[in-house]
Design a protein around this ligand. Structure first.
Ligand SMILES: O=C(O)CCC(=O)C(=O)O
Length: 323
């Protein structure tokens, strides 16, 4: 699927682009099945650890994580930060369907961005509600000018009530970061999010991006956006993945490994080895969040390395992370 010139121009001027009917139901079923299995793995772990009194096997994809989170509210966050990259998600991320569109934004040398997420946003859960930010705010300063389009892929129809995304149209310009703050200082102490104060948001219409399953939302790395509170009775499942040019800094040097190479302009037959990358990434990630040492059921992330860019209180902790 190729984007029209008008769609590419819209992405450049608005900083985001909704593309409808990218995937058919069947295209997403394998990923959903994989995620359902991963939820079962988590439920088994939590049940064995006595964190939940039932594995809630009678609940479906739309409600199981809600039942689990009622007993252990950190479960969705734990799912997000600790579930390994699965084969089906890797396939989707590196699919020609997505790469053919991404190529129109950044050219035909493509590397995956090292930050990716599967988000089970359950209702009324602060840890799953992402405040206003620019994705590049989470990077080291040298990464803030790296073109790094994100693709947000809902796994069901999403609307405002379910906690879809909001964006500031055109708010990605001029390039560079707006001041971010560390949410754990003012909000939930377990939070790993940065936030932009409403007063610091660039001017521009705030657009609520309601999407049908099968549609995707591309986001410019510099575009302020947030995930709304989920006020529905369902889990708002969504995936977000990123790409960049291999020649650009990731802004994550020393913390995460580079993302997987996906396309090469001088070798059209190049195919990525996604699962090898995923295994290496896992190892590095475990070190990064210190999961080897801390409680494996604690979802908190040591985000001091990116907190420190915005708040000097985290400088010492960041130095420890790097050493
Ligand atoms: O899924 C959400 O609610 C937030 C997603 C987001 O902020 C992101 O992908 O950068």
């Amino acid at each position: 699927m190729a984007l029209t010139e008008a769609q590419v121009a819209k992405y450049e001027s608005d900083g985001f682009l909704i593309v409808e009917d990218v995937f058919k139901d069947n295209d997403l079923e394998l990923v959903i099945g994989e995620i359902e299995n991963q939820v079962t793995v988590l439920a088994d772990r939590l049940f064995a650890a006595g964190k939940i009194t039932s594995k809630y096997t009678d609940r479906d994809w739309y409600t199981r994580m809600i039942a689990i989170a009622k007993e252990f509210d950190e479960a969705p966050g734990l799912f997000q930060v600790s579930t390994p990259m699965g084969q089906e998600l890797a396939r989707l991320w590196s699919s020609d369907t997505l790469l053919n569109m991404v190529e129109q934004f950044i050219g035909s040398d493509i590397e995956g961005g090292a930050i990716w997420n599967v988000r089970p946003k359950v209702p009324e859960n602060a840890l799953m509600t992402v405040p206003w930010h620019q994705d590049s705010g989470y990077l080291a300063p040298d990464g803030q000018y790296t073109a790094q389009p994100a693709c947000w892929i809902p796994l069901l129809d999403v609307n405002e009530e379910m906690g879809c995304l909001q964006v500031v149209r055109g708010g990605h310009m001029p390039l560079g970061n707006t001041t971010h703050h560390v949410e754990k200082k003012t909000g939930d102490s377990r939070s790993w999010y940065l936030y932009i104060q409403e007063d610091d948001l660039p001017s521009g219409d705030i657009i609520t991006c309601e999407l049908k399953k099968g549609s995707v939302l591309f986001l410019h790395e510099n575009l302020p956006h947030r995930g709304l509170w989920n006020r529905s009775n369902y889990v708002r499942w969504a995936i977000d993945v990123r790409w960049q040019r291999p020649s650009d800094p990731t802004g994550l040097e020393g913390v995460l490994i580079r993302g997987p190479r996906m396309r090469s302009s001088d070798d059209p037959s190049f195919r990525p080895d996604m699962m090898r990358w995923a295994a290496e990434e896992r190892k590095k990630y475990e070190e990064w969040v210190n999961r080897g040492e801390s409680d494996p059921l604690d979802p908190s992330i040591d985000g001091s390395w990116y907190f420190a860019r915005w708040d000097s209180d985290f400088k010492d902790a960041a130095l420890e992370t790097e050493s």
